[in-house]
Ligand binder design. Structure first.
Ligand code: EPZ
Length: 420
C-alpha cells in the first residue's frame, strides 16, 4: 500500500510550473482519432489518465508514440477496431470521449459505460441524447454503450444541464455530421474551448466555443496537425490554495490567469495578495485568513473541482464560511477525513458550514477521489504534525509529480510503501 506522508506547518515558498490540463488532455487525445492525418499533441500532463487513454488507443490499433514526456504523436490510419473493453478503461471516467470520436469518424463505437465515482452517479444521458439527435442508434447492454449510424446529420441540441462532457462529446461527433449542429446551453469551461480550438486546427468548423451556443458545420475530413494543450486550471488552483493554507508565498507559472479569476477573487477576499504577471500568478498568504462564502458553479463560476481543496483552506480561516456545491450531489465525501484532521465543519444538504480553526492536527486519512485527495494534501501541509494519506492512486490520475513539485516549494512530503 502506498501512502503520502506530510510533516505539516511549513510555509510553501518559491515557484511551480503547472502542467497541461488533465480535462483537456482526456478530451483531445481521443478527439485526435477523428483526424485522417498524424496529430502531435504537446504539453500533455504525465498522469495516469493520459497513460490509460493511450493504452486504449493502442488496443484499437492506433499508432501512439510519446516523442517526449509531454508530447504524443497519434496516427489512426491503421485503426483495427472501434470497440473498447472495460478492462482497458475501468480506471478512468472520461473514456466516454472515445464514443464521440469513433462515432463521428467511423459511424460506430463500442465503449464501456463509465463507472460512477465517489461523488455522484455521473450519468451520460445527455451525451446519448446528443448522439441520437445526430442520427445515431444507441444501445446499452452488458455495461457497454454501442453506437452506430448510417450517417450523422446536423441538429439543434439543447442540454438540460451545461455538461462539460456532453458538450465536448457531441461537438467531436458533430464535426462529421452533414449540415449544421447547434449545441445550446453548452458548457463554457476552458477545456471545451481548447478541444474546439484543437479540432479547428485540424480543419473543423466550430464557432462559439466558450459561449452558450456552439455551432458546428460538418466537414468531410480532418487533416492532422500539431497542438499544445492549455495549462491545468485545477492543478494551478490547488497550488494557489496550498500557498494560502500555509501562509506561504508561491508563484504558479505557465498558466492562463483569466482561468483562475474566481479563485483569485476568493483568495483576495480572504486577505491574500494575488498578483498576476503575464502567465503567472503569485499568491502571498496571510496569518489572518478571513472566512468567506463559496458557491461552485459552471465556468466562469467557482469550479467544483476546487471545492474540496477550498474546504481545507476555509478550515484554517478565521470565522464561519459556507461552501455550497451546486454541480455534484455527493461531493462531500472528503469531509469525514478533514474532520479526522481536526476540522470543525458539518454538511447540511449541499452546504458545508465550516468553523475555521487556528490549526489542524495531522493523522492518518484516506483519499476517496482525486480532488478529495488534493484537499487532504492541502490540509496536511497546514496541519501540525504528520499526516499520512492513503489511496494515493487517485492523486496519480490528475497531478503530475505532486510530491516533487511540493518538495521544491519547501514541503516535507514523502511517498512510502507499507506492506499490506
Ligand atoms: C467534467 O466531468 C470533469 N471531468 C470533472 O472533473 C468536473 O468536475 C466536471 O466536468 C464539472 O466541471 C473531465 O473533464 C474528464 P459534467 P463531467 O458532465 O463532464 C450531470 C476532475 O476531478 N450530468 O459537466 O462528467 C452530472 O451528474 C473531474 O478533474 C448529467 O446529468 O461533468 C453533474 O451533476 C471530477 N447527464 C453535472 O451534469 C450527463 O449526461 C455536471 O457534470 C452528463 C452530466
Amino acid at each position: 500500500m502506498e501512502y503520502i506522508t506530510i510533516n505539516g506547518g511549513r510555509r510553501l515558498q518559491g515557484s511551480v510550473d503547472i502542467s497541461g490540463a488533465k480535462n483537456a488532455a482526456v478530451a483531445i487525445v481521443p478527439a485526435a482519432i477523428a483526424a485522417k492525418g498524424i496529430c502531435t499533441i504537446e504539453n500533455l500532463p504525465a498522469i495516469k489518465d493520459v497513460r490509460v487513454l493511450v493504452g486504449a488507443l493502442k488496443n484499437l490499433g492506433i499508432d501512439c508514440e510519446f516523442t517526449d514526456t509531454h508530447t504524443l504523436k497519434i496516427d489512426s490510419h491503421n485503426i483495427k477496431s472501434c470497440a473498447i473493453t472495460y478492462d482497458q478503461v475501468k480506471d478512468m471516467r472520461a473514456s466516454y470521449y472515445l464514443l464521440g470520436a469513433l462515432l463521428g469518424r467511423f459511424k460506430q463505437a463500442q465503449v464501456p459505460l463509465p463507472g460512477g465515482c465517489n461523488f455522484g452517479l455521473r450519468p451520460i444521458d445527455l451525451h446519448i441524447k446528443g448522439f441520437e439527435a445526430l442520427g445515431a442508434k444507441i444501445n446499452i447492454e452488458h455495461g457497454m454503450v454501442i453506437a452506430e449510424a448510417e450517417k450523422l446529420t446536423g441538429a439543434n441540441i439543447y442540454l438540460d444541464i451545461s455538461s462539460v462532457g456532453a458538450t465536448i462529446n457531441i461537438m467531436i461527433a458533430a464535426v462529421y455530421a452533414e449540415g449544421v449542429t447547434h449545441i445550446e446551453n453548452a458548457a463554457k469551461e476552458p477545456h471545451v474551448v481548447d478541444t474546439a480550438n484543437f479540432l479547428n486546427k485540424l480543419g473543423a468548423k466550430i464557432k462559439g466555443a466558450g459561449t452558450d451556443i456552439i455551432r458546428i458545420t460538418g466537414v468531410e475530413s480532418l487533416h492532422g496537425g500539431e497542438y499544445s494543450i492549455i495549462p491545468d486550471q485545477i492543478e494551478a488552483g490547488t497550488y494557489m490554495i496550498a500557498a494560502a493554507a500555509t501562509g506561504g508565498d508561491v508563484t504558479v507559472n505557465h498558466i492562463i490567469p483569466k482561468h483562475m479569476d474566481s479563485l483569485s477573487a476568493k483568495l483576495t477576499e480572504m486577505g491574500c495578495q494575488v498578483i498576476e504577471d503575464g502567465d503567472s500568478i503569485r499568491v502571498i498568504g496571510t496569518e489572518h485568513l478571513q472566512a468567506c462564502n463559496v458557491k461552485t458553479m459552471f465556468y466562469p463560476g467557482f469550479p467544483t473541482d476546487l471545492h474540496p481543496q477550498m474546504s481545507a483552506l476555509l478550515s484554517v480561516a478565521h470565522g464561519t464560511s459556507l461552501l455550497t456545491e451546486t454541480v455534484f450531489e455527493h461531493r462531500f465525501q472528503y469531509v469525514k477525513e478533514l474532520l479526522r484532521l481536526g476540522a470543525n465543519m458539518k454538511v447540511e444538504g449541499r452546504v458545508a458550514i465550516i468553523e475555521g480553526k487556528s490549526s489542524l492536527s495531522g493523522t492518518q486519512v484516506t483519499a476517496s477521489d482525486l480532488r478529495a485527495g488534493a484537499a487532504l494534501i492541502v490540509a496536511g501541509l497546514a496541519a501540525d504534525g504528520t499526516t499520512a494519506i492513503g489511496n494515493v492512486k487517485y492523486l496519480d490520475r490528475g497531478y503530475e509529480r505532486f510530491e516533487e513539485k511540493l518538495t521544491a516549494l519547501g514541503a516535507n512530503i514523502n511517498r512510502i510503501q507499507v506492506d499490506d
